[in-house]
Every structure is written in C-alpha cells, then in structure tokens.
Design a protein around this ligand. Structure first.
Ligand code: FAD
Length: 424
C-alpha cells in the first residue's frame, strides 16, 4: 500500500473506527479494485470521510447495499466505497402527516414493514424488489410497474440531508408535504446517480395502504389485440396501477408462461377493484383469454417484471405513449431473442438479452438509430460494452448544464467519476 493510501486508511479509521473499514481488494467495480470499503454510522461520519477523500484526491463510490454499483457509465476511478448499510434506522415516522424520515441505508421493504402497521406505504416497486436501499432508489430514481398509478421516487422525496465533498452537510425540502418555496433542490439530487453528493437521510411522503391489489393476465395469439386492450383501458375510466405487456417472461404459472401476456393491476379500495375486474372482461375481444392471478402468482410475476437479472444486457427505451406498440415491435425486430416488457401507460420498454460484446454494442447502437420517438438507456451491460456505448442517449445541449452543475458540486470529480451522462 502506498504512503498516501496508508494515510487515507488511518484518517478514515479515526472517523469510523477500524472495525468498519476493510481493505477490500476483492471488491471490483467496472474492473477497478476499490482500496477501501467503509461503513460509516452517521451523516457526520459520511461528511468527514468525504472531506478526507477530497483532501487525498481519492475517488468515492457512495453506496447502499452495493447490489447495483455497475450502473450508468464506466467509473474512471474507484478508491473508496462508502456503504451506508449501517445507517438503516427510521428517524421519525409521523402517521398523521403521512411522512417518514429515514437513514439512507434503510431498505424499501423495511420502511414498508414499518408503515404497514399504520396501513400506509411508499408505493414504489423498483428493480431489486424491496431489497434496495432508499438512498440508492432515490439516487437512481428507480421505479417499476407501479409508476403508472403512483409515480416515481421523485414524486415522493420531500426532503433530503446531504453530505458534500468539502465535508459540509446541507438539507433541502423538509418534513411536511407542502414545504417548497423556490427551487425544489430534491429534484436535482434524485436521479443524479450519487455524482453530486452523498444522500444521508430522506423524508418521504407516504400513501394510505389500499385494501386490495389484484392482477389479471390477458393472453392472445397475437400482440395486436393486447396492445389495443391496453390502450382502451388507459383511455377509459379504469384506474389501473400497472399495465404491462410482457414477452417471454421467465415465470412458471399453471401450464407455463405464454409468449405474450398483458398484465393489468388494480390497487385500490375493495369495491373499486372488484368493479374494475368485472368490467375488464367486457373489453376483451375475440381470441383473448382473461385469468385472475392469485396472490402468489401475482407476486412472482411482478417480481419477474422488476428483475430481469439473469441476462447480461438490459436496455430501457423511454418513448412517446402513442408510439409504444410501434417501438416495441421495432425493438423486437432488432433482437427477437429477448425478454421484454412494455409499460404501456408510462412509455417504457425494457429488453433483456444475452449477446457477445460486439453484438451487444451493435445492437444498442442500432436501437438508438431506430428508436425514433424516444431514448435508449443501458441499464446493465458488461464493462467492455459500457466502455463503447454511453449508458445514456445523447442529451444534447443539456450536457453543458450538467457539466457545470457537476463542477460546482464536485470540482475535483471524486464522486462516482465518469458514471453520469457524458462521463461526468
Ligand atoms: C438484481 C437487481 C437488478 C437491478 N436492475 C436494475 C435495472 O435494471 N434498472 C434500474 O434502474 N435499476 C436496477 N437495479 C437497481 C435498483 O432499482 C436500486 O437502485 C438498487 O437495487 C439499489 O440498491 P442498493 O442499495 O444495493 O444500491 P447500490 O448498488 O449500493 O447503489 C446503486 C447506485 O446508487 C448510488 N447510491 C447508493 N446509495 C447512495 C447514497 N446514499 N447517496 C448517493 N448515491 C447513492 C450508488 O453510487 C450507485 O450508483 C437493480 C437492482 C438489483 C438488486
């Protein structure tokens, strides 16, 4: 270990204690070995570690449970991983206000277990299915199929506490639902992939827990009638929480999973769900089969929709709502051997497939050329693929704005260097 690294280790140990720092040569992110894995216990310790790393010019990866660190663009440097997994407390929960303030390392599942005792919930279902830390979910603005009915983390974060690279801390937003005058700075940090600051605490607004969740699966020999049904449902008085067309989802239900299936989920009061379930049958055309999924089947299906994690490459197309069917068919023409979902009400198509490095690069480039009404984000791909294609599509002139924001928050680029749009 070099003298600089020995000094870094000693300084960080003096903050968090030697039991909470490990020299961790086995921890590799994008092929880079992190020298140190650090587990701070408080926001003050996170801020102090960031200041030390900044003074020593060490690159820092802020982390939660470290399940999805190889996301976004390739890291350029990685010296210290700051995992907030010990910071997993509910700090303040106020059921009458429907708000909860938590440390960033708490998982979505843990928050929802606490909130369920008061019949409340944070209605998000991002990949990772509950086991993701809330700091990471906010940092990546990760959402899932409930996005249609309930929105994204950006809609639920009402306050943040942040640790900055100069060792200072700041707060934005607050602990009450109506609190923002002027710029809502939460929106800047949510979705910034841990490249501007470490999120140490979050305040969420919660929703009342609905009485009932029910999922119907509609199958047909052809995708056309399924897209039409989805469009009819979305254009009518129905209030579905999710409307997702799935292709070759690897779930085994009854006689197996059909090639194409439309999933419609209602999450509401008992009478509202019952009446919508009854009416769905009236909308389905000839050749469509409708099946109500039981609770266990629905759980497996939505888990599979959230996590495509058995494939090497995953991409997400964000497209105009009106062009979802056309873009979905185009994407399948480019790569028919894939698992795919189309979130028809949110305009999000996800594809997962296995491909050699060369083919994956070519395919992502082709998808970017052929997706005329939207953008293509690389959710997951081996490091050598992400070296050749930017995880984000071209963001045009906003890249300069993002660069200047990064420069003012992290002038020496020590936070997740290279990970964000255009390698920021
Ligand atoms: C099996 C699996 C598959 C996934 N697939 C997808 C996918 O396809 N698409 C998708 O969008 N998401 C995906 N995710 C990510 C998921 O939605 C969550 O964002 C992730 O699970 C977060 O969990 P974590 O605590 O392990 O985060 P980590 O892996 O620790 O961190 C994830 C990212 O968030 C940043 N971060 C974490 N904590 C903080 C913090 N406190 N402050 C600032 N930055 C922070 C990290 O720097 C990193 O960039 C997947 C997760 C899993 C487990």
């Amino acid at each position: 270990m070099s003298d600089e690294r020995r000094r870094l280790l000693a300084s960080i140990e003096s903050i968090v204690g030697s039991a909470h720092v490990a020299e961790h040569a086995a921890l590799k992110i994008d092929g880079l070995s992190a020298d140190l894995l650090v587990h701070p216990a408080s926001a003050d310790e996170v801020a102090a570690c960031l200041r030390i790393c900044s003074d020593e010019g060490a690159a820092v990866v802020p982390a939660g449970l470290m399940s999805w660190l190889e996301s976004g663009n390739q890291l350029k440097r990685c010296d210290v991983v700051l995992s907030l997994d010990r910071m997993n407390r509910v700090i303040e929960y106020s059921p009458p206000d429907l708000t909860a303030t938590v440390q960033a390392g708490l998982t979505l599942r843990e928050l929802n277990e606490t909130a369920a005792s008061e019949r409340q919930w944070l209605p998000l279902d991002p990949p990772g299915f509950g086991s993701a830390s809330l700091g990471a979910i906010a940092s990546c603005n990760s959402s899932g199929a409930l996005r249609l009915g309930f929105g994204t983390p950006r809609d639920y974060v009402i306050g943040l506490k942040l640790a900055h690279v100069d060792g200072t801390q700041s707060k934005c937003g607050g602990k009450v639902v109506k609190n923002v005058a002027g710029y809502d700075m939460n929106k800047l940090y949510v979705g910034s992939f841990g490249t501007l600051a470490g999120i140490t605490e979050l305040t969420f607004k919660l929703r009342p827990l609905p009485d009932r969740s029910a999922t119907v699966m509609i199958t047909s020999k052809y995708r056309g009638p399924l897209f039409k049904l989805a469009t009819d449902v979305l254009g009518s008085d129905f209030q579905p929480a999710s409307v997702v067309l799935t292709r070759r989802l690897g779930v085994s239900i009854g006689a197996g999973w059909p090639d194409d299936a439309l999933l419609i989920r209602f999450v509401d009061s008992e009478p509202a769900v019952e009446s919508q379930l009854r009416q769905i049958g009236n909308l389905t055309g000839d050749g469509c089969k409708v099946r109500d999924l039981d609770e266990a089947e629905a759980f497996s299906v939505w888990k599979a929709v959230a996590d495509f994690d058995s494939h090497k490459v995953q991409v997400r197309l964000s497209v105009l709502l009106s062009s979802v069917p056309a873009e979905f068919e185009k994407a399948l023409l480019s790569q028919s051997e894939c698992v795919a979902t189309a979130d028809i009400g949110a305009g999000i198509i996800r594809m997962a497939f296995d491909a050699s490095h060369r083919n994956a690069v070519d395919l992502i480039k082709k998808l970017r050329r052929t997706t005329t009404c939207g953008s293509v984000f690389v959710e997951k791909a081996p490091a050598e693929v992400r070296r050749e294609v930017d995880a984000w599509s071209d963001v045009g002139s906003t890249a300069e704005l993002m660069r200047s924001i990064k420069n003012s928050f992290d002038p020496h680029s020590i936070l997740n260097p290279g990970k964000f749009v255009h390698g920021l």
